[in-house]
Every structure is written in C-alpha cells, then in structure tokens.
Design a protein around this ligand. Sequence first.
Ligand code: NAD
Ligand code: ZN
Length: 243
Amino acid sequence: MMLERARQRLRSAQRVVVMTGAGISAESGIPTFRAAQTGHWARFRPEDLASPDAYRRDPETVWAWYAGRCRGVQAAQPNPGHLAMAELERRQGKGFLLVTQNVDGLHQRAGSRRPAELHGNLTRARCESCGLKQPLNAQEPFTPPSCPHCGTVMRPDVVWFGERLPPLALAQAEAAFSSAHIALVIGTSSLVEPAASLALLTLDTGGTVIEINPEPTPLTPLATFSLPMSASRALPALLEGWS
Ligand code: NAD
Ligand code: ZN
C-alpha cells in the first residue's frame, strides 16, 4: 500500500524537506485565499487587497483586511497535521527543513522551530524604513502600528503580488529541496512559482517526492507517492509506528 511504502521511505531518510500550503490549515478553519473574500470583503479581489499598489492607494482598507485575518488565525488552533510536522522536526534533528507558503503562524504554534516562511506572516508587522519586525496587535479598535524604532507606520509582514520572495528563505528552500532524500509536499495547489518547481529539484537529484492533497495537482503525475488524503489524517499516519 502506498501509505505504508511512503512511511518506510520517510523513516529511513536522512534529509527531509517539507513544503506546506493553505490546505494544511484548512482543517483549522483558516479559509484559503479566495474563500476569505466573504461579506464586506466579497467586493474586493485578493489582488485588490494584497498588492503594493492597493496599499499605497488605501492603506486603511488593506490593514483592516489583514487585521481581521490576523484575529481569525489567532482564534484558530493548530491541527494534527501541524503537530505531526513539529514532531517530524524533533525526530529528524538537523536534516530537516519546513518550508511554508502559509502566513498564519500555525506551524510555530504547533512547535515547529524554524520554518522558512516564503510568503511572510500576517501575525507580524514590518517597518519598510528600518526593517524592524514585531508581533501584530490586531485587537479592535485597530490602528496600524508605528515603528518603535523610527516612527514610520508599519505594514503587514507578508509578500504581496508582484513582490520578491524573502531571498534567505528562498535560498534555504532551494538548498534543502536539492539535497533532500524525501520531499513532502502538503496541501498546495503546486501552481504558484517558485514553490511549484522546488519538488522537481528533489526528483532531479534522485530524491523521493510524497504529495499529500485530496485533489490532483500538476505535481501528482510526477510525484513518487501521491496520497489523496487530508493532511490531518495522512501526516499522523505517516509517522505512526516509529518510536
Ligand atoms: P494553495 O494554492 O496552496 O491550494 C490549497 C490546496 O490545498 C489545494 O490544492 C487543495 O486541494 C488542498 N487542500 C484542501 N484541503 C486540504 C486538506 N485538508 N489537506 C491537504 N490538502 C488540502 O492555496 P491558496 O489558498 O490558493 O493560497 C495561495 C497563497 O495564498 C498561499 O501560498 C499563501 O501565501 C496565501 N494563503 C495563506 C493561507 C494561510 O496562511 N493559511 C491561507 C490562504 C491563502
Ligand atoms: Zn522603523
């Protein structure tokens, strides 16, 4: 059985890299990008809120959207999928990197120590003038924070449409995927670059790719093992029976 073979491979792998997308947080009740456009926000497209242009035009509206999403993720709890990834990091020790496209901070709350965040984190604010980052206080009544160092009004610490990914996180991810014996790709549609092509680095260097997604993606036909399961069921099952 596919799950059993994937489990055996994972168990003996020295270097493991994990990539997660919005799907791993879906079972914590965090909506995917488009599903977050409800109620008042249904009038906006994500591109009209998550872009540098939108922020320059109307920072108040963009901040209100992020503050609401921040309150949403703070009210949510990590699920067994996030917990399993923190457990895998403890077992693997040094030969492990968790890369995430998620901006919800649930991996850290589940115990993951050093995830490489490719798209930033909406529970943080960042100063564009001096680079200072700090946790966001999104409680109502909400006002955008000012930088405690230089006084500039801060922005959400997320990567917007048209912006570059954080170079350090990207370099870490590329190095880990290129040298991994196993890459686990979880809950991502594998459509958005460069996340989509990272798994190919692992395949090109002879590694194994295990995909976990209830729906097929462009990666499905290429993956060594494809488990059409939810993350919260598949990940604890992959770690079962180790000691
Ligand atoms: P995505 O492109 O990563 O697609 C979500 C994938 O998850 C789909 O392929 C779906 O089949 C799969 N999925 C759904 N339920 C699942 C489950 N229970 N277990 C495993 N897989 C499951 O995500 P998106 O929503 O299109 O987001 C695009 C970008 O928007 C992200 O890369 C991220 O930067 C941002 N975003 C982040 C969050 C978050 O932090 N939780 C939420 C929404 C959007
Ligand atoms: Zn500053």
